[in-house]
Design a protein around this ligand. Structure first.
Ligand code: SF4
Length: 453
């Protein structure tokens, strides 16, 4: 078992039995689901809307080269600059070199998962640049020294008391501060930082090929302050974020807001075009490898709404930090092995019951659970599974293909349980769970006797 798989196993083992964590996440996802139900009711035909979104994304992915060049041409024509980065390290180096060229000492950042993906903050900090997260959730993560727990709601795992304790430790604010007071404190501190920052960094929810603009959605207005107040704006954009036309946002913005947070529209929807202080870094970082995989290419249709995480019983039980990845839950298990390598991440697709709820809720109509199954097959074909696991599945397959072996196995298991030797053998499973008593009669025996009767 590789180090990441071992870390995942240890973290999930601890988190799955943390009842406090489960209660907080359960409460927060229940609020989310109620809001989404209200949001969905505003759509005349949700199913058609998401099929249309999938068709638009399909068109983009099949002509991505053309749309990227169109986007680049239009940004440059509007006065902006476009850079291309093949890897996360290249993208970080580009940002650091822009910071050096422009004498940047302080950076404010709007929420951006792609900057988490490329580990931008440590790169900037080691170049002597101060980085401040300005999304409230990300700001709390930064204060706590934690990565985001969820791609849309970074502190979904915390309640008000825990956040108040963090603020108390950092700023000496009262432990009984209300949510409004906590937000007010963050607002007051961040306003000063916006005014003194030299560079604003954002991602993009969408990159519109024609007329070459990026679309940003935030609920706190920090996206506009980040991109408008500092003298330089750098947007780091995954190449899958393209949509062809401005009017496509009339579909994608409500889809993202409804499945992301249950709002019909996010509060601030901003379009940013070119100016000479606007730099876009178009990032590959493994995306073209996924694009080359015709079977799984539609995983690039993802608009990062986070709905599949909220729907997933495994994610809600083991929590976002257990995955050890930037993108968690079904989304992360679908794309991480492609983006970061099969050797280290092939264990993730197994963290699923394959119930298909993720695919049901996906606004981009991605058959996520099928891709998880594809990933399991790919990891076996690449010999990434553990030898013991491979051996166990061979035995299982052999037994399942032979009715006699299957019956004998059932009999031996029942006998072992009656004699009390199966439970110690199954100790890893029964340590924290009950092993049900075996039925007195196997179904096949019951069937045989009833068929005769
Ligand atoms: S895979 Fe679908 S549901 Fe999951 S984050 Fe992406 S768009 Fe949302």
């Amino acid at each position: 078992m590789n180090a990441n798989a071992l870390q995942f196993r240890r973290a999930t083992d601890a988190k799955a039995f943390d009842l406090r964590h489960r209660a907080i996440v359960g409460k927060n996802t229940a609020t989310y689901h109620a809001a989404v139900a209200r949001g969905l009711a505003r759509f005349a035909d949700w199913e058609t809307a998401r099929r249309r979104a999938a068709a638009i994304k399909w068109e983009v992915m099949n002509h991505l080269d053309r749309y990227l060049e169109e986007f680049e041409r239009n940004v440059i024509a509007r006065g902006g600059h476009v850079h291309w980065a093949e890897t996360g390290a290249e993208a970080s180096e580009l940002v650091v070199s822009l910071a050096r060229q422009h004498g940047v000492r302080k950076v404010v950042k709007a929420k951006s998962m792609v900057t988490e993906e490329i580990h931008l903050n440590p790169a900037l900090e080691s170049a002597g640049v101060t980085v401040l997260e300005t999304d409230l959730g990300e700001y709390i993560c930064q204060l706590r020294g934690e990565p985001p727990y969820h791609i849309v709601t970074p502190v979904m795992h915390l309640n008000r008391e825990q956040i108040a304790r963090t603020f108390n430790e950092k700023f000496g604010t009262p432990l009984d501060a209300t949510a409004e007071q906590l937000a007010g404190i963050a607002r007051e501190k961040l306003r000063r930082e916006f005014l003194s920052a030299d560079m604003g960094i954002s991602g993009a929810n969408f990159a519109v090929a024609n007329p070459g603009m990026i679309g940003l959605c935030t609920n706190e207005g920090n996206g506009r302050l980040t991109t408008a107040l500092p003298r330089l704006h750098v947007a780091i954009v995954g190449i899958e974020k393209l949509v062809p036309r401005l009017e496509d946002l009339a579909l994608f913005w409500p889809l993202l807001a409804t499945r992301g947070t249950g709002q019909f529209l996010t509060v601030y929807n901003t379009l940013i075009g070119g100016s000479e202080n606007f730099h876009v870094i178009l990032l590959d970082n493994g995306r073209t490898k996924l694009l080359a995989d015709v079977e799984q290419r539609d995983a690039l249709h993802c608009i990062r709404c986070g709905a599949c995480l909220n729907a997933c019983p495994v994610y809600r039980t083991v929590g976002g930090h257990s995955y050890g990845t930037t993108y968690q839950g079904p989304l992360g298990s679908m794309i991480t092995p492609h983006l970061r390598g099969w050797e280290d991440w092939s264990h993730l697709p197994y963290a699923s019951s394959l119930c298909g709820k993720c695919a049901d809720v996906c606004p981009a109509h991605i058959p996520i659970h099928h891709h998880l199954l594809h990933n399991r097959r790919n990891s076996v074909q690449r010999h990434c599974d553990a030898p013991l696991q491979r051996f166990a599945f061979r035995i299982w397959r052999w037994a399942m293909q032979s009715p006699g072996c299957y019956a004998l196995g059932g009999k031996l298991a029942r006998l072992g349980m009656w004699l009390g030797i199966a439970k110690p053998l199954a100790r890893l499973w029964t340590e924290r769970r009950d092993l049900p008593d075996p039925p007195r009669q196997a179904f096949r025996d019951w069937w045989r006797s009833n068929e005769r009767a």
